[in-house]
Design a protein around this ligand. Sequence first.
Ligand code: NAD
Ligand code: TYD
Length: 356
Amino acid sequence: MRNVILVTGGAGFIGSNFILQQMQGGDDSNLIINLDKLTYAGNLQNLASIATNRRYEFVHGDIGDRDLVRPLLEKHKPRAIVHFAAESHVDRSIRGPEDFIRTNVDGTFALLEETRAYWNALPEGERTKFRLLHVSTDEVFGSLGPGDSQFSETTPYAPNSPYAASKAASDHLVRAYHHTYGLPTLTTNCSNNYGRFQFPEKLIPLTILNARDGKPLPLYGDGKNVRDWLYVEDHCEAIATVLRDGRPGETYNIGGWNEKPNIEIVETICDLVDEMAPRVGGRRRALITFVKDRPGHDRRYAMDARKIERELGWKPKATFESGIRKTVRWYLENDEWVRNVTSGSYRQWVATHYSS
Ligand code: NAD
Ligand code: TYD
């Protein structure tokens, strides 16, 4: 019997890192099915190294397409689903929230319904072992003041952006499917990730590439909003840990114990790019440009990740210094990847979003 995991959104930033990490271990009894719609954020180039591997299969489709998901589950009989698929960029959710509701809320609902039907029909032994792991975010908890304690698993939800609200809705649905139907679900809420394959609309890759090219480095508001940054490989290991050892129905906060104001992130990147790709025109810090703030911009996120450490023994391995250095180097060395993702619709987004 094959050990099958269905991954949704596996062509995106975190999903592709997760799949590559999973493919490093295991044996021929393992199979990963990657169901991805390939939106602007999905990129099969991330997975080119395993594209023909017999332990991996790509399925192009929408999690909301129940006529696709149903036979997929019946055919492959996964023992777990790891649900990454989502619209994930806050600024896009402000400009156009509809796709966020369609995928994050309706899509998760459709996936849950099909999973429930599939799980109900499984033989008893497999029903107990089955898991659906829902990958979520710290943004569902809202915004912290400077002296507030970090978000814990029991912090009340207070989402502030359409993105955060759509993820909060999906978290609630997952919770209800466990509580009402007994579906063995696990939810992880993670802080901001960084690393290879992140689409350059997000702060860190955007800053690296603009710094490389000598373009302005846009900081919203006063640049002092705080995020808790986690290296993506650590997040993927945390997800694997929760999938293996997490208790059904529980939620686990994942974070990097690494709170930093945006200005500090951008300055660090400037200095690394100066070091790795010196420029005649002077230091990159001079490119920092304060721009109009994001509407409803959450001031501070910070995760209390003690539960996952205490109960499951996970804690981040990378320091910010090591992770950001590797990340800057990766973007500077992978020009073909960068060129492929920064064409057409990406340019359009940057032109529209930063025009004022
Ligand atoms: P991403 O935007 O890079 O990737 C999302 C992937 O989902 C893409 O491959 C896209 O094609 C796919 N997708 C979108 N709609 C789909 C649909 N309807 N059906 C099937 N596939 C679809 O996102 P990411 O940064 O990799 O985030 C993955 C998950 O982790 C998301 O659920 C996000 O909310 C969560 N998360 C992200 C972060 C972060 O810092 N990036 C932090 C915490 C949690
Ligand atoms: P982002 O990477 O979009 O992640 P999130 O909004 O999910 O935390 O942004 C990280 C932080 O950087 C956030 O406080 C917004 C800020 N930011 C800028 O200052 N300038 C930018 O151009 C972008 C994209 C983000």
